[in-house]
Design a protein around this ligand. Sequence first.
Ligand code: FAD
Length: 369
Amino acid sequence: MKGKRVLIVGTGIGGATAAITLARQGLNVHCIDIKPERPTAGAGICLLHNTMRALEGIGLAKPCLESGMPFAVFKEFDDAGHLLHTHPAPPSCGIRRPELARILETAAQESGAVLEKGVTVQDLTERGERVDVEFSGGRQASYDLIVVADGVYSGLRKRVFGTGSEPRFAGQSVWRFNAPRPAEADGFCLYRTAAGKVLGIFPTSQESCYMFYLESSREPLRIAEDRSHVLIRERLAEFDAPAIRDALDRITEPSQVIFRPLDITLVPAPWHRGRVVLLGDAAHAPTPQMTSGAGMAVEDAVVLAECLASSNSVDEALAGYDSRRFSRVKRIYDASLQLCLNEQEDPAGNKDRSAALLLETYRYLGESI
Ligand SMILES: Cc1cc2nc3c(=O)[nH]c(=O)nc-3n(C[C@H](O)[C@H](O)[C@H](O)COP(=O)(O)OP(=O)(O)OC[C@H]3O[C@@H](n4cnc5c(N)ncnc54)[C@H](O)[C@@H]3O)c2cc1C
């Protein structure tokens, strides 16, 4: 496959990782993103044991651990901040999203991929074993493979695969904000009120952490985004934990709060049509309960490169990619959604059932890919 021309659409976590793995196979990789710059702001992300294993395989676990913070504990608190339980958790790394983007994009360029920002695909025509692309701005080029990694709202998926896999609202929205790391946040921490509200914290570096609050609603929540800093304080008013109160005191601007309804999708296999293949959230965007969407995107990128390296043709490689990825991703997607539904229906009553599903799925994630 050496020298084959690949266009990756999207330089997010999945696209940038695919740029690394495919360029290292000797493919000629061009990776574009519609956004003009790499993100410099954003929330945190948890890289679970399987994600760290995949990153280790491409030599990137170390920079993630250096920038982020490793942890291997799960802690439960009440709303006043009293520690109730401590459990072992799979070895993970919390990191700030802009830092992960920096690490991945730097490695992609060092691997020989060409990254181009502020550009998208305007038009695409399949011609047997090649795909002709017209970019925004009118430039044209031909590729042997197109990797669609433009996220859950993928426009190219709709265009090539039709409208059957449009994202749907999962019944929850998420509020996220960053804060200085309190000493107690040295693992994945959940704070619960008696009424069943849950706030989560995990470290994103030795100095910083990220807090999230999931809110259930039948229809997607519409909020006045210019008041999100006030609205989050109202929602978390019952939490007296000093770690949470300190963080909320620092929230003075709407731009400090990231709010989004959770939209999910799982595209049925096969994930390719001709020479166009889906990767990451464009193929499968789960709810965040298993903290695994990015991990699945990273694994996709590793497996796609392995399949291209070990196959005699692109078609054979794409069939192999589908068969190695779909059932694993579906299991994670289903577990994440079940946890999300458990929280919506009866968070306190389903607590033990959810904990068991979480542990069982963590074990499954540790299996080889
Ligand atoms: C609240 C929340 C918390 C999460 N927490 C975790 C976690 O802790 N751990 C974890 O593993 N996962 C987590 N995830 C999931 C994770 O964020 C996603 O699975 C991951 O970002 C998917 O990466 P991606 O590259 O496929 O898509 P994206 O990150 O969405 O990247 C897509 C890229 O494509 C670009 N793009 C879009 N349209 C176009 C276009 N037309 N042309 C060119 N480029 C385009 C975008 O600008 C973007 O850069 C979480 C998700 C949510 C919502």
